[in-house]
Design a protein around this ligand. Structure first.
Ligand SMILES: [Zn+2]
Length: 333
């Protein structure tokens, strides 16, 4: 995947800043430890000169001397660890801290781009920073069952909205926990304002934390991207192509509010293409919609309906409109 040069530069600059920040942090820690435990400063100097000696012996090929130096360095390092622990520091306090232990914040593992670079690219192309703000507010920790009625039973399921939501919530947590082991797709359906989008945010947040790549798009945004790709292909700078690859390839694609787009043969064929490609690549999809299953079967082609009903775990949401409830509550004196 080739980013535009300017975008690539911005990402690399961010990685460099991260490395600088971490080096600075390590410097601060080192000064603090040296002031408190002077022996550690001595140890570090001794390790440094032993390492220089080691490099010299490597050239001369003196095996005995090399082994002796190696042992000396190991002993010094052990003494340093013991001292750190004795003073209440973690064992790795004097190793360079990093956000991504896999690439040590370089963005690369060997010549390959690290998973964190991939997510950073997605963030950039989809301005997911916006989503990140939302995810700070809407996640499993902030999810509340208070808005769900626990007295009236649904005549069809025999369950209250509260009990139903408990089950869905548990299911979604399991979905996150087994993500990566199996490829599973979810369809959230039911009326407006009863937690479908909120719960898809919970899942997105959790998977992003585990370094999975997640793309969240409303159906309208998704089809907009497809039409840009189709109609502006000649003039675009390659970004639409990349976006399309991400849409087909990311670990989880969330399509929110399916059914709010203007449905026609174009959206139908693109939706089928998108679902089908992702199934073949064994990548998960989460679709949420206000439409009933019956409506879905009327609006979308037979083959889309059959994909949705057979390849997805169907989770039906019901209850009262939470957004409305919240609004009414906030208006009370
Ligand atoms: Zn990384």
């Amino acid at each position: 995947m080739a980013l535009r040069n300017s975008q690539y530069d911005i990402l690399i600059r961010a990685y460099n800043q991260k490395q600088l920040r971490n080096k600075h942090e390590l410097n601060m820690r080192t000064q603090k430890v040296y002031a408190q435990i002077p022996r550690i400063e001595e140890i570090n100097h001794e390790i440094a000169s032993a390492s220089v000696a080691q490099a010299k012996e490597l050239l001369s090929g003196n095996e005995h001397a090399l082994i002796a130096l190696k042992n000396q360095i190991a002993e010094l390092a052990e003494e340093r660890t013991i001292l750190l622990l004795r003073y209440g520091y973690p064992e790795d306090y004097l190793t360079l801290p990093c956000d991504c232990p896999d690439c040590h914040d370089t963005g690369y593992i060997g010549n390959e781009k690290c998973h964190c670079f991939r997510q950073a690219t997605i963030d950039m192309l989809y301005t997911q920073s916006n989503l990140k703000e939302i995810l700070r507010e809407e996640n499993f920790d902030t999810f509340s069952f208070d808005y769900y009625n626990n007295t009236d039973e649904n005549p069809i399921t025999g369950k209250t909205a509260y009990a139903n939501m408990r089950e869905i919530h548990t299911y979604c947590k399991q979905f996150v926990n087994r993500f990566g082991d199996s490829c599973e797709n979810l369809l959230f359906y039911g009326g407006t304002g009863i937690g479908k989008t909120f719960l898809s945010h919970c899942i997105a947040r959790e998977l992003l934390e585990f370094s999975y790549s997640v793309i969240y798009l409303t159906a309208i945004q998704l089809f907009d991207l497809f039409s840009q790709y189709t109609f502006e292909n000649e003039e675009n700078d390659g970004n639409a192509d990349e976006m399309l690859q991400f849409i087909l390839d990311c670990d989880l694609l969330i399509i929110d509010d399916l059914g709010t787009e203007l449905s026609n043969s174009f959206t139908n064929s693109k939706l089928f293409y998108c679902l089908n490609e992702r199934f073949m690549r064994k990548k998960s999809v989460l679709v949420s919609t206000n439409l009933s299953l019956e409506k879905i079967s009327q609006i979308y082609s037979e083959r889309i309906f059959s994909r949705l009903s057979s390849n997805f775990t169907l989770l039906k949401f019901y209850g009262e409109d939470i957004r409305l409830k919240k609004k009414l509550q906030s208006k009370r004196p």
